[in-house]
Design a protein around this ligand. Structure first.
Ligand SMILES: [Zn+2]
Length: 325
């Protein structure tokens, strides 16, 4: 643990989330209330806070920003389950297993108004549903937090090989990404109005984990995130550790989509996560009548970080996401 984190003791005695104080040694489930459904049903978003007897950093594990990305929800659940057997040593864990409860109910990425929550930060108190939810998180939870791990999966049919993204130039977040120790880390430019952009402006450390795909539970992705969160908790002193060895990670400095050269049936050849050389055949697209087959080649050397799992693709569809060294 760094001296900066160690010196946070005084600040930590005032852990306030959603207007409530959480005392040392206390575990509380608080509710983030944003809006009612048109059935008048009140929607509460549970925020689980575990505070250790000793002061230390405040880590937030956030999942379900996109309502159909279930893997992160399960990784968060596993961490909360671990806490029953392995209470925190110091600091505080704030876990939000499902932020977009609305989308989760309908198994859809967006909120009921069709908006992507991750494009509405920092939000506004009187804006759209997305904007209000972002605002509630920004004003009532995030001020108490030092480090955020945000868990995601590929949208639709896109299967992400487990990797972590952090913002270019943000050394503190790069350090957390290395502690997380995924197979690959992608340095990504900032996306305006995302939660990442908001936290970056505040100077808080933030990493985004990508693994598996939406509407699916992928054991590899869930386990990779669970391991990474555990490692970060040990690094920050929330748990004693380390409990395993560092494998080492490869840094990717940019990325590029490789698209379908024609419409047809899609046959991936290279495995997700593979390191590929320029010109290598990544997959094939064939027309259903057996008359033509086109090869999909790597335009550059890199690692495959996402493969489209759709059996049928349109001309120009994104097939492979290449992370570049
Ligand atoms: Zn997502």
């Amino acid at each position: 643990m760094s001296t900066k984190e160690g010196s946070r003791g005084d600040v930590c005695t005032l852990v306030r989330i959603l207007g409530e104080s959480v005392r040392p040694g206390e575990t509380r489930t608080l509710d983030l209330q944003v809006a009612r459904l048109y059935t008048r049903t009140r929607v509460e978003i549970p925020v689980v806070v575990h505070r250790a007897p000793l002061d230390g950093p405040v880590l937030m594990v956030l999942a379900g920003v996109h309502g159909d990305e279930v893997n992160g929800i399960d990784s968060t659940r596993r961490i909360l389950t671990d806490l029953a057997e392995r209470p925190l040593e110091r600091g505080t864990l704030v876990a939000i297993p499902i932020l977009n409860v609305f989308g989760f109910l309908a198994m859809q990425r967006e909120l009921p108004d069709g908006r992507d929550l991750n494009r509405f930060f920092p939000g506004a108190p009187n804006g759209s549903l997305a904007s209000r939810l972002a605002h509630a998180l920004v004003t009532e939870v995030l001020p108490a937090v030092d480090v955020v791990i945000d868990l995601h999966s590929g949208a639709d049919q896109r299967y992400n090989h487990p990797h972590v993204r952090f913002t270019e130039g943000d050394e503190g977040s790069w350090a957390i990404a290395q502690v997380f120790d995924p197979p690959l880390v992608l340095r990504a430019p900032i996306r305006e109005k995302s939660i990442r952009s908001h936290l970056n402006h505040l100077g808080k450390r933030y990493i985004l984990f990508e693994g598996g795909k939406a509407r699916s539970l992928d054991e590899d992705a869930v386990r990779e995130a669970h391991r990474g969160i555990t490692r970060v908790m040990e690094h920050l002193g929330l748990w004693n550790g380390p409990s395993d060895h560092t494998r080492g990670t490869s840094l990717l400095t940019s990325s590029k989509w490789v698209r379908a050269p024609m419409a047809g049936l899609f046959h991936p050849v290279m495995e997700n996560g593979s390191k590929v050389d320029k010109g290598m055949v990544l997959g094939l697209v064939s027309d259903p009548y057996g008359e033509s087959v086109r090869q999909v080649r790597a335009p550059l050397e890199g690692h495959i970080i996402c493969v489209n799992t759709s059996p049928v693709v349109n001309h120009g569809d994104a097939l492979f996401h290449l992370g570049l060294p």
